[in-house]
Design a protein around this ligand. Sequence first.
Ligand code: C2E
Ligand code: CA
Ligand code: CA
Ligand code: CA
Length: 279
Amino acid sequence: SKEKGGNSYHYYHPDMNKRSLHRLNLEVHLRKALERGEFEIYYQPIVDLRHGSVIGMESLVRWQHPDWGMVSPTEFIPLAEETGLIIPIGNWILKQSCMQNKEWQQKGLPPLVVSVNISAIQFHQSNFVQTVMDTLQESGLAPDRLCLEITENVAMNNVPYIIETLQKLKVLGVRLSIDDFGTGYSSLSYLKRFHVHTLKIDQSFIRDISSDEDNAAIVTALIAMSRQLKIKSLAEGVETMDQLHFLIAQGCDEIQGNVFSKPIPASDFEHLIKNNKQL
Ligand code: C2E
Ligand code: CA
Ligand code: CA
Ligand code: CA
């Protein structure tokens, strides 16, 4: 324990609870996961509702620990953000996703846009745009085959920096989507200013779309608003045919969810595309 005025600080507190021990243990292992090659990218298809075909995929990281098995990103991504490990891990995810998409293009697969989740910590690195440029150059992927997913909360502070960064990304030609839309705090007026391509409607609104009138109204309004702003609407976490039919009726542009496919390893994704799976 740390005594007032003294320098008797010990790393291990007697009151250190199980939870913080677990966290510490996780952090120690997370630090080594990248060099040990324990990460893998899964891809979840994104389906265009007009044609019923796959137009892209979201890249979702998986951590396969040799002893613990699969650790959920909802568990380790926040820790990676707190410790700064999200920078090397995020850079690896970006590079891997771009290289994979380029490889599929070279194999003759139809053109696909890969969507990569960008943590606010990554986005706010002063060399972020340079990192994206370098990654595109190293992989040889065309900029418009990459979409960056940021959450509304990225736009919470330092608006001038955000606008400048998004302007640079626009000039570069990469796409941008707002993830988990409706769950954060954003000013709707930013949507146009930020040159957003796609608005991803959070799955919490989609879940009980068939039974909850309020959520149905929210989703209907978001789809209509996107159309007016000439931004594509994408519904996340679509699980049932009822939800799908509702979204088609409302004129939603794209969907992603278990109703079509859950996130799958690269080889399975390639197989799915080659077999031309349709909705
Ligand atoms: P997200 O970006 O909102 O990703 C969508 C999540 O919904 C994924 O969870 C996906 O597996 C899940 N999902 C997709 N379709 C369905 C469905 O029909 N039903 C349900 N119930 N869930 C569905 P996942 O892969 O566990 O990722 C969770 C979160 O972790 C992500 O939410 C994202 O915030 C973060 N994350 C995952 N991969 C990365 C990454 O590479 N980088 C960063 N920075 N964050 C990531
Ligand atoms: Ca996402
Ligand atoms: Ca999301
Ligand atoms: Ca989410």
